[in-house]
Design a protein around this ligand. Structure first.
Ligand SMILES: *Cc1c(COP(=O)(O)O)cnc(C)c1O
Length: 374
C-alpha cells in the first residue's frame, strides 16, 4: 500500500475520521491510460460507482464524456457545466419523466432492450437517438450486468425491426460484458456477435453507426489485475478490424474511480470476546464497506501505524466490525492484526467504486465525508 501518512494524519486532524480521500488526479490518470489502451473509443465515464462532482469536473477538464442512468446523475453533470452532447443516458428502463428530464438537459441518446420500452420514445421520436442493448451472460464476472438487462442476440433483429418500424432512430448496439471482468476475451466474443448483427441490419437496410462496449474494466483490489494496455489489446485489435468507420463508445466506471479513493477510519472501541480481539470502526458494511455486500468486492486493510513501519508488537487473530448495532455489520473476520487502541487509524485503498455510492445512513451513522486531496 502506497500512502502518505503525514498527509493522512493532517487530513484527519482537519476533517475528523472517517474520511474518504479522493484523488481526482488518479481518476484522470486512469481515464488517460484506458484512452491510450482503446484508441478511437469515446470513453463515457459511468457516474454510478462514484457520482462525485469533483471527479466529473476533473474529467470534464480533459474533454471527457459521461454515461448517465438517472435524473440525479443528470443533475450532477449539469451542476458541473458538462456539455449535454457529451452525455448518454443508458438505463434500459425509464419513466416518461426520466426521458423528458434528460432531453430537457440536452442529452438525446438513450438505450432500449425490449419492446415495452419503445412506445415511451414515440412522443420524442424526432429528438431521440437509440442504442439497443444486448445481453451477454457472464457468470465469471464479479457482477453480471447482463443478468437483468439486454435482449438476447437471437431476438435482436426482431426487436430492431420493431423499433425502426415505429419510426424510431436506432444508431447502434450496446452491451455490458460484466463488471470487474477478468476474462478480456468476453469483449471479443461480444463484439464479434455485434458485428453479425450490424451485418444483418445492413442487409435489411438499417444502417447502424455506433457500437457501445459498456464498462467492466477491472481494478486491482486485494490482487493486482493485468495492465490495462495488455487487457484491452485483443479488444482494440478486433474493434479496429471489425468496426472501422463506426462511432465507438465505452462506459468505464470502476476502472476510473476505484483507485481514486482511500478510506481512513478510526477505532471507536474494542473488546475481547472468546479469545478474539474485536475492533469497532466508525465506518462499516452499511457505509463505505457496503461494496463488500453489494459489489462483492474486497479491499486491503491495514492499521496506519503498521504502514508507517512502527513496531506494533505481535499480531493475533482479530475481528473488524462496523459501527452499527447490527451483527451482520462485520467487515473482516479472522484477520491477523497487531493490537490497536481506541482512536487508532486504519486505511483501505481502492475504495472509489461502489463504496460511498452505495453507503446508507443506517443507525444514523452519516455517510463518510469525501475530501478531494488534489
Ligand atoms: C454500472 C454500469 C457501467 C459501469 O460499469 P463498470 O463495471 O463499473 O465499468 C457502465 N454502463 C452501465 C449501463 C452500467 O450499468
Amino acid at each position: 500500500m502506497n500512502i502518505d501518512s503525514t498527509r493522512i494524519r493532517s487530513l484527519v486532524a482537519e476533517h475528523g475520521a472517517p474520511l474518504l480521500m479522493l484523488s481526482t488526479r488518479t481518476a484522470v490518470a486512469q481515464y488517460r491510460s484506458l484512452q491510450a489502451a482503446l484508441p478511437g473509443v469515446l470513453l463515457h465515464y459511468a457516474l454510478k460507482p462514484l457520482p462525485h462532482p469533483a471527479v466529473v469536473s476533473a474529467l470534464k477538464e480533459i474533454g471527457g464524456w459521461f454515461d448517465l442512468a438517472t435524473n440525479g446523475e443528470v443533475d450532477v453533470v449539469r451542476g458541473c457545466g458538462v456539455d449535454p452532447e457529451r452525455c448518454i443516458q443508458t438505463h434500459p428502463i425509464k419513466r416518461d419523466g426520466d426521458i423528458r428530464y434528460t432531453l430537457d438537459f440536452g442529452c438525446k441518446t438513450f438505450v432500449f432492450d425490449n419492446p415495452y420500452e419503445l412506445p415511451k420514445f414515440l412522443p420524442y421520436k424526432d429528438k431521440v437517438e437509440l442504442m439497443m442493448r444486448l445481453s451477454f451472460r457472464n457468470k465469471e464476472a464479479q457482477c453480471d450486468l447482463s443478468a437483468k438487462f439486454g435482449v438476447q442476440p437471437a431476438e435482436a433483429m426482431e426487436l430492431l425491426r420493431k423499433a425502426v418500424g415505429m419510426g424510431l432512430k436506432v444508431r447502434g448496439l450496446s452491451f455490458h460484458a460484466g463488471s470487474q471482468l477478468m476474462n478480456h476475451y468476453k469483449y471479443v466474443e461480444a463484439v464479434t456477435t455485434c458485428r453479425q448483427i450490424f451485418n444483418l441490419a445492413a442487409l435489411e437496410g438499417i444502417p447502424l453507426d455506433t457500437l457501445d462496449i459498456g464498462g467492466g474494466f477491472p481494478a486491482s483490489y486485494t490482487e493486482s489485475v493485468m495492465p490495462i494496455q495488455q487487457y484491452c489489446q485483443p479488444l482494440a485489435a478486433e474493434l479496429a478490424r471489425l468496426f472501422p468507420n463506426v462511432r465507438l463508445i465505452a462506459e468505464p466506471g470502476r476502472f476510473i474511480s476505484a483507485p481514486s479513493m482511500t478510506l481512513v477510519a478510526s477505532v471507536m472501541g474494542k473488546a475481547e470476546r472468546q479469545g478474539r480481539m474485536w475492533y469497532y470502526l466508525d465506518d462499516g458494511l452499511y457505509g463505505s464497506y457496503s461494496g463488500k455486500l453489494f459489489d462483492h468486492a474486497d479491499y486491503k486493510f491495514a492499521p496506519l501505524k503498521k504502514l508507517e513501519g512502527k513496531d506494533c508488537g505481535p499480531e493475533r487473530l482479530s475481528v473488524v466490525s462496523g459501527p452499527t448495532c447490527d451483527s451482520i455489520d462485520v467487515i473482516y473476520r479472522d484477520i491477523e492484526l497487531p493490537e490497536m487502541e481506541v482512536g487508532d487509524l486504519v486505511v483501505s485503498p481502492t475504495m472509489g467504486a461502489y463504496t460511498w455510492a452505495s453507503a446508507t445512513e443506517f443507525n444514523f451513522f452519516p455517510r463518510t465525508k469525501v475530501v478531494a486531496i488534489d
